[in-house]
Design a protein around this ligand. Sequence first.
Ligand code: MSP
Length: 630
Amino acid sequence: MDKVFYITTPIYYVNDVPHIGSAYTTLAADILSRYMKMRGRKVFFLTGTDENAPKVAEAARAKGESPLTYCDRMAEEFKKTWDYLDIQYDAFIRTTEKRHFEVVRQFLQKLKGRGYIYEGYYKGWYCIYDETYFREEEVQDGLCPNPECRRPLQRVQERGYFFKLSAFQEALLPFLNEDKRVLPDFRRREVINFVLGGLRDLYITRQRNDWGIPFPDDEQLQVYVWVDALINYLTAVGYLQDDELFSSLWPPDVQLMGKDILVRFHATLWPAMLLAMELPLPRLLFGHGFWTVQGEKMSKSKGNVVNPLTAIREIIRFSGCEESYAKDALRFYLFRSTPFGADGDFSYENLRACYNGDLANNLGNLLNRLTTMSTKYLDGEIPPPGYDYSTEVHSVLKSYQEAMEELAFHSAIASAFTLLDLANKHLDETAPWRLYKEGNIQAVRNSLGTAIELLRISAILLYPFLPSASREILSRLGFSSAPSFKEANWGLFTEERKGIKIKAGTPIFPRMEEVIKISNQEKEITIDDFAKVDLRVGKIVSCKVVEGAEKLYQMEVDLGELGKRRTIAGIAQYYTPSELIGKNIIFVANLAPAKIKGLISEGMILAVDAPGQVVIVTPEKEVPPGSKVR
Ligand code: MSP
């Protein structure tokens, strides 16, 4: 029997809310997990939060909260975001859990028993942002040597414990030299160079904190957070707690992470810790690239951090597509636009081009054309294919599968899209609309049946990347069961399916308008900046759905002395018109007009953007329309 396929993401520090970067890794794990399940494998997908770090305690203090209360709140935030993004993880570990404390302490005791831990004196530096120790010779100017960080370091001179990392320099090489154990390959070479450069013993305790896991037998010290964090991958699958569970899952099949934590931590320290305990090493470590935003590194201080919820909201706002498909669209964009392993640059312009080109046009239009034609010419019949594309499909399945096995998600999507291109080309060449006019119904059936079959197979292949849209497409084509790779072969669409009719529906991916305003600015502003925003109380006087965009409302808002304004908002999923009419709301009165679905929107209603819902902001007491909000 196949081993359960064990996938991990890094556990995320809770000093910050989830963003497009952490979502990227977690989405990648979900894509792989859905693919493996579709192939019939049992999967265990682990994610979680890294909570024992000094910077987490610092973030809690800055908010005036106790570290644990703060971590409880933030861990929920991560779970909620992953749930909202349709990420189906199997387990969520928090490093403040009691079981993890136990496992870490026992692990260290065993390491010590094996002679890999010794007491000593440490003199060097610590970067609280990277949670990394640096040696004297690595630091020139008291600043973090990581070019991405360059922040002031803490001086450390203290007694503590070391892990004999240097003992593993040779032992790590066979693992690192093996093909496809560390991907992408150029990163594997980076790791090899790092290891060949010489490994020093690692300082694995700290004294400056009252937050963290007490070091066994020397309780006033805490365990260095990276050692504690890496052990999460063991704790979560029953190590030293449930042998049966552990042996069914260990070792991890794929461990995903960003390039930032591959070389030093996951490809060096981590396998060395496992070798020391004689535990099998992970089958594959994958270090993906980083996302920048319009060419710049994402950072809180720059205020350019992209929140995935905001990006989804923008997709809905400018396309009018349903929320579940907007989530798919974001996921798709992240993996379609950039090869997994390379760095990507996020921009709404690129997102829109990718959405319109691939989703609205190639995929969405094909579905719309096929449903319309089948309904019009064949009374909704889904005919079997009249042409044979089995060779093309066979070769696409092969390249898709190879790509997915190597996590080359971008190539896998490209393979699936060759089938959509074939279908579109087939329709253009056979022109069923002309055949229909000529009265050649059998030829119409042959043509439409062929294109439908190509669409059906692509929808299965695209399922990991477009989970909601793929299911919807398959269901419109009369398939309601969960997408399965076994069904992705040519000719499944046989006569037996006679009587099943194609389901018409609104476009899944309506075209996206130009995204006029990017609303992910979280930068500090001055009171003068704020005063530029003319916020007013308004009363909604009318509300109706925008034609052709059922998620959008067109509303008229009475602003008293400023008169009445029309505004377009994507809130039709959350409120009925009658709930809105007569409501007092807060309105941005001096926003530059924007064109949405061909209508001019003059201003904006304020709403709370919460996972899974949008909630309108209203003044707490009745006040006249036009009143200023400050
Ligand atoms: N807590 C450690 C990991 C411990 S794992 C045993 C940590 N946490 S983190 O919150 O900083 O998350 C790091 C991970 O988030 C990166 O490795 C990467 O997977 C993801 N990303 C964070 N920013 C990112 C981008 N800008 N782009 C892509 N991924 C990014 O390090």
